[in-house]
Design a protein around this ligand. Structure first.
Ligand code: E4P
Length: 226
């Protein structure tokens, strides 16, 4: 499963990219607004830090302008994936950009029917929003299961299932079990994935026992300060 990070915060991106676990980034207009940065400037910077796909969302709602915005965004860097909403005009734009060899991430997907349309329009990624569906009382993960099942039945669909609106570690685990291709994870959720109380407890015990031996693996001059 690929891990994208769902943020436009460059400091977070730099920090998490150092783990070597980050395969891409997703942004949306709300995340760019939250960063307080210039849209083009921050996207360019993110693309330099992370070599994988970086989603940048169009803000026009009609086909002609979405297409022009998509081309403008794609010029920013080779690893830009243009994000379009799941509307009629959005899918027309998806088809046109995909035919031009530009990766498209179709966002705001809330049904299996919408996911089928996005695959037929040649999307590189479909972004079903699990958290926002959960918020309505529906089961967001059930949608992931349906889309994975449908896409698996049609090998000609090249669209990757990108689990979006992830709110907790359980969303990542369950969608990994279903075989989703990508999860776009908020920084705090990725950090929470490392955590288990038994890891902390076990490490404390190992270190305490090791200290009793009085030994060290590295010599004094070999050790760096943490
Ligand atoms: C990512 O592509 C989506 O825009 C994002 O995951 C939405 O998350 P939210 O529902 O927490 O805003």
């Amino acid at each position: 499963m690929k891990f994208f990070i769902d943020t436009a915060d460059i400091a977070e991106i730099r920090d998490l990219a150092e783990t070597g676990l980050v395969d891409g980034i997703t942004t949306n207009p709300s995340l760019v607004a939250k960063s307080g940065r210039d849209f083009f400037e921050v996207l360019k910077e993110i693309c330099e830090v992370v070599p994988g796909p970086v989603s940048a969302e169009v803000t026009a709602t009609d086909f002609e302008n979405m297409l022009s915005e998509g081309h403008a965004l794609a010029k920013l860097a080779d690893n830009i994936a243009v994000k379009v909403p799941l509307t009629v005009d959005g899918l027309k734009t998806c088809k046109a950009l995909s035919d031009d060899g530009i990766k498209v991430n179709v966002t705001l997907c809330f049904s299996a029917a919408q996911a089928i349309l996005a695959a037929k329009a040649g999307a590189a990624f479909i972004s079903p929003f699990v958290g926002r569906l959960d918020d309505t009382g529906a089961d967001g993960l059930q949608l992931i299961a349906e889309i994975v099942e449908i896409y698996n039945a049609y090998p000609e669909f090249q669209t990757e299932v990108l689990v979006a609106s992830v709110r907790h570690v359980g969303h990542v685990i369950e969608s990994a079990k279903m075989g989703a291709d990508v999860a776009t994870i908020p920084p705090a959720v990725l950090r929470a994935m490392y955590k288990h109380p038994l890891t902390d407890k076990g490490l404390d015990a190992f270190l305490a026992d090791w200290a009793k031996t009085g030994q060290s693996i590295l010599g004094k001059d070999e050790r760096r300060s943490a």
